[in-house]
Write a protein that binds this ligand. Sequence first.
Ligand SMILES: Cc1cc2nc3c(=O)[nH]c(=O)nc-3n(C[C@H](O)[C@H](O)[C@H](O)COP(=O)(O)O)c2cc1C
Length: 217
Amino acid sequence: MDVQKLMKQRKSARNYLDKPVSRADIEKLIKSAGMAPSAINLQPWEYVVTYGEEKDRLVRRLKKVHAIKNTSCGPGTSAPLPEKFANRSRGALKVMKPKIEKPGMPFNRFIEEGSCSFYGAPVAIIVVMDKIFPELRYLDVGLSVSYLFLAAEEMGLSTCPIGLVTEYGDDILDALNISRDKKVLLAIALGYADETALENNFKPDRAPLNEILTWYE
Ligand SMILES: Cc1cc2nc3c(=O)[nH]c(=O)nc-3n(C[C@H](O)[C@H](O)[C@H](O)COP(=O)(O)O)c2cc1C
């Protein structure tokens, strides 16, 4: 499928079918992620894949730590967001809330508990990078993750990037016996989306070109 189409089609999925993803498909995905460019070809990304009982164990641990620490989704900035960015976030909430909020399930709870359980996806991928690298190398990892998302889309698989659980990075490292020399940068829910679910039936708008592009002629 052409890349433009894949980029338009991809959206975060927050409700998954109870259908396993084959190991061969997961390997194909990670191979695609590994094709991304990186500074001096360092390829600083690492992917830890969990499914089955291991994933369930990780979910139990995340839910437990979340019940104590109660981290909520936010921009991660210390100062208040400038209006331009705050507007984008408000715009996303406007399309998301009506599809997600239900009696007895406030939006924030759905996102927080859903994130901690990878929205019921059969596979959870933990993206880590060696701590020896500076923050600038996050960019390389982000490029690789984008490759993974588009490859998944092409294979009929859905994903949801999950940053919330990075707050519990050390718990994830411990639960999966990953060295503390690594930093958890992102988690990814992976599986086959339930396309009939309301939670999967929206895509937040993107900023107009003039907000993200500057010409100097
Ligand atoms: C780095 C990063 C962290 C994110 N963290 C979460 C998260 O913790 N929980 C969640 O439900 N969605 C999370 N998202 C998904 C965003 O909400 C989503 O990408 C955005 O609203 C745009 O929607 P789309 O992916 O459907 O195009 C995250 C996305 C990124 C790129």
